[in-house]
Design a protein around this ligand. Sequence first.
Ligand code: PLP
Length: 406
Amino acid sequence: MGFLKENNRTIPVADKVFALNGRAKAATAEKGKDKVINAVIGALLDDNGDLVVMSSVVDAIKTLGPVDYAEYAPISGTPAFREAVKKALFGKFVPEGFIEVSVTPGGTGSISSVVANYTNVGDAVLTHDWCWANYRNICSQQGRKLKTFRFFDEEGKFDSADLEEQLNELAKEQDQIVLMINSPAHNPTGYSLSLEDWDNVVRIVNNAPCNVVLFLDVAYIDYAGEEDEVRAFMPKFEALGDHVITIYGYSASKTLTAYGMRCGAIVLVTKDEQTAVEFKRASEYFARSTWSNCNRSAQVLMGKIYSDPELLAKVDEERRGYRDMLLERGRVFEKTLNDNGVKCVPFSAGFFVTVGCDDPAAVGAALEAQDIFALALPKGIRVSIASISKEKCVKCAEAIAALIRK
Ligand code: PLP
């Protein structure tokens, strides 16, 4: 007894998401797929409830050889992978300046890396109050705190005033701030910042009285809408001052429907060569001292796909079909909710929709009693529309609306 050192971390007894998913799976096994709605996990399932694995990606995987799996990869990633990430991430909006790419195990690894290398122990990272719960865990694991600004004001608009206030407040205590923004197709709300919202972000960080590391978590970018439209915010960062750097958290998990291959990248954009050199040194050191090198086969796969225009066109085309399926589910969910007199938290696209409510735990429990499984967050219910069919979206929205109205 008593061997564990908590070190100020809050280590939960069980991961809430995986526990809820476990109950949903048990209910499905007992009662059948049709009787249960499992809207817990953020992985894309088809209307039959089976995991979507893009066939164009599977075909590409089949061309890999034993060495592609077995050999160690360079710490910062294979050269072909690093080139592939630039294409995948920026599309036609490749920024000016120095771009450094370092492979990470999924987008999660990029978040750990930015926290480790761009904040002091004890610092706070700033993000929106609606956020992926793992941001808090990653900060806690590394002896950092998570501070939040209000994502939406009373009118449901991006609350840039509160962002400015919280950033300036934190600047009184820290000489550098990591500001994390998850957009487009934010988890858990599905919100995508508008170009006007981004203008405000740029203005606010440019006026900040300290260094700012603007961390852009774009894990869901390839499901947010048309490729160019969803990247149109990127050129805005050309106007950032010298006290700001942008770092992207890239994830191949959703982009390639390859969650288990654990592939992502941390990507720096800067005008300053020295900052780029430092980034490379620090991100490689962090990788070496935590997960070491990443999965080589996933990197070879990315390299193959993004250097073969024909193959890339196939993958993009196939993903577009799934993206549109997902967008349609989102529209249907939102419309059903609205038709039943309830609004969701501003939604644009993505794997999740969130419905705000006063007692999420009670609503979540009441849903579970009807064999509808969705995650209760501090201020609402998160529904993974990625994992349920259009028909189930309708049922789920009706059930949530009925409970909230009651
Ligand atoms: N960022 C957000 C907001 C996410 O929801 C996720 C996954 O759920 C990730 C990043 C990283 O995912 P992965 O590490 O699987 O690439």
